[in-house]
Design a protein around this ligand. Structure first.
Ligand code: AMP
Length: 285
């Protein structure tokens, strides 16, 4: 595995690989790797010739009062995991390498951001789209692997790739969970023991909503209010949002029909957690 820290070296290497018609699979992350990231790496390993992992905690996608400083980091551990997972290139740039001067251009996401995390984290997806545009031009991937845990991010990147004609296939990967259902997240380490046990209510409430829909409930309002009741009864976390929308358009709906997402965000003292399920009412058992 080669560890690269400069844009120029990364681009030069990838250009060379392209000449030999090798396919490049890319997994962008902010590090502190867990099994969710590992699932993406394994899929990339199985489907492409060269696997590139990037680790970069992108300041541009954090708001002024968010957890940029508290974001967990452990490069040595990440390096071991990357080696074990047979990553070919680990791109680990510094902030000044990625943002050497004040930017004259940034990417602004105009759709699919007025809801969910886009609404509660203004500017977040502009930061994500800007850094991914840079990373795509540095890594020159054929495919990019991204987790459905961040379903809105997948929807936004889908728009970025198609609007900017990046010759890249986006591969969404299902959410990897702890045994008790909590979605794996680098931020889970910031939960206190009691918050950690309360946090299982996020997935429990999504499952409960899934069962209601299976039994014929079609009102987004009812679904949202049932989820809210369950979360409030079992956790001290503050609900940031609970929304039921069409997917991937992320439009408000009056009646549940077709492919939809039920997504929520709950703020604990030191970590804000998100989770979602996507389902299709035409494909219910
Ligand atoms: P992050 O390091 O949190 O920016 O995540 C990097 C990538 O890993 C993103 O595409 C995430 O959606 C994905 N990811 C994070 N957690 C999970 C998970 N529990 N299951 C699947 N993918 C995940």
């Amino acid at each position: 595995m080669k560890i690269i820290t400069t844009v120029l070296e990364m681009q030069t290497e990838m250009r060379e690989k392209k000449k030999s018609l090798k396919s490049i699979g890319f997994v962008p992350t902010m590090g502190f790797l867990h099994e969710g990231h590992i699932r993406l790496l394994r899929k990339a390993r199985a489907e492409t010739d060269i696997v590139v992992l990037s680790i970069f905690v992108n300041p541009l996608q954090f708001g002024p009062n968010e957890d940029l400083d508290k974001y967990p980091r452990d490069f040595d551990r990440d390096k071991e995991i990357a080696l074990r997972e047979e990553v070919d290139y680990l791109f680990f740039p510094s902030n000044t390498e990625m943002y050497p001067k004040s930017s004259s251009v940034k990417v602004v996401v105009q759709e699919r951001t007025e809801v969910l995390c886009g609404k509660s984290r203004p500017g977040h997806f502009d930061g994500v789209a800007t850094v991914l545009t840079k990373l795509f031009n540095i890594v020159l991937p054929d495919s990019v692997y991204m987790g459905m845990k961040d379903a809105q991010q997948v929807a936004v990147v889908d728009g970025l790739i198609s609007d900017f004609h990046f010759p890249i296939t986006l591969v969404p990967v299902d959410t990897v969970r702890e045994e008790d259902g909590l979605a794996k997240s680098s931020r889970n380490v910031n939960l206190s023991p009691s918050e950690r046990s309360e946090a299982t209510v996020l997935f429990e409430s999504l499952n409960m909503a899934g069962s209601l829909i299976n039994r014929g409930e079609r009102s987004p309002k009812v679904i949202v209010s049932e989820i809210e009741k369950l979360i409030l009864s079992k956790s001290r976390g503050k609900i940031d949002y609970i929304e039921v929308l069409s997917y991937p358009e992320l439009k408000q709906i009056e009646i549940l029909e077709g492919k939809i997402i039920i997504a929520l965000a709950v703020k604990f003292e030191h970590a804000r957690l998100i989770d979602n399920i996507v389902l299709n009412t035409h494909e219910l058992s």
